[in-house]
Write a protein that binds this ligand. Structure first.
Ligand code: AMP
Ligand code: ZN
Length: 138
């Protein structure tokens, strides 16, 4: 399904022009207009899914092989030794456009650290309880 007021639905389906680097019947991949680095691209499904937890099985199965194909093309064409694959779900996680998308962010030898966090020391009891809570919800 498409969502009428969703900008990524419109871009993915060609109603709004974009710098497209890849398109098939399920996805469009575009250059991000606010790039974190040279070559920053976004994989957009043509159907509307709010986020990862809303994704259908076929889209989920196809999106990582597509990310790998595009990642290889980025390495070849841009010479980036690394790529961050970033995918935000929910505003608390930094999602600003609520149509599922995958960021491909080429990383170069010179460049700021982008995806990082300060690791805390895990409490073994808490790990057990949290692990069990997630397992039991599967
Ligand atoms: P997120 O914060 O994960 O929801 O990412 C949204 C991304 O979409 C940001 O990196 C924006 O720069 C990018 N963005 C927003 N509007 C457009 C647009 N019209 N064309 C291309 N990229 C966009
Ligand atoms: Zn949408």
């Amino acid at each position: 399904m498409k969502k009428d007021d969703c900008i990524f639905c419109k871009i993915a389906n060609g109603e709004i022009p974009s710098e497209t680097i890849y398109e098939d019947n399920m996805f469009r991949t575009i250059m991000d207009l606010g790039p974190a680095s040279k070559g920053h691209a976004l994989i957009l499904p043509k159907q509307h899914y709010r986020d990862l937890c809303d994704l259908d099985k076929e889209t989920a199965e196809k999106v990582f092989p597509l990310a790998a194909k595009l990642g290889n093309a980025m390495k070849k064409s841009l010479g980036c030794p690394g790529i961050n694959v970033v995918q935000n779900n929910g505003k608390e996680a930094g999602q600003t456009v609520f149509h599922f998308h995958v960021h491909l962010i080429p990383r170069y030898e010179e460049g700021p650290e982008m995806v990082s966090w300060a690791p805390e020391k895990a409490d073994p009891e808490e790990l057990k309880l949290t692990g069990a809570a997630i397992r039991n919800a599967l």
